[in-house]
Design a protein around this ligand. Sequence first.
Ligand SMILES: [Zn+2]
Ligand SMILES: [Zn+2]
Length: 176
Amino acid sequence: MATGLQDASRKDWDTYFMDIAYMVSTRSRCPRRHVGAVLVQGKKLLGTAYNGAPMGVPDCSEAGCMIAESYELAIVDGKEEMVKKQRCIRTIHAEQNLLLFTDRIDREGSTVYVTDEPCWTCANMLANSGIREVVFHRAYPKDSAKVNELMKQKGIVFRCLETYEPPGQAGMNVIS
Ligand SMILES: [Zn+2]
Ligand SMILES: [Zn+2]
């Protein structure tokens, strides 16, 4: 009878690893977006990464964000409209840093927990990285449709932790 050993207050694995991803994201120095990602094989943590400038060059906190503007189709009050969006392009995205700092052999069959739904470029790279599952929390609607389609084509499990709540200040709102 092992049922008595269940502890309701104990975190499930999804929550446990997403909490770690959020903690990692607090290392980011870009004021516009803090993203954290972790690589998990089985229940073993094999790597962590956050969005940031390449090592040894000034980051957003020192040099300011590097802003790129573009117009995108968005739904405004139920109507399609072209809206101007600003993004910081100084940083390497968390998912890309995770791929740069982990080994292919560790990624085969593994899971990536990432605080934010991957953008198209990151999703494309993750799709070719050996990983089998991507778990995220905050949605990124801009690329969501094509990213979901890609993950389906690749047979990668793609899950959003909809009821998850980030720990403390780690999940602070950032400009999207
Ligand atoms: Zn920045
Ligand atoms: Zn990305």
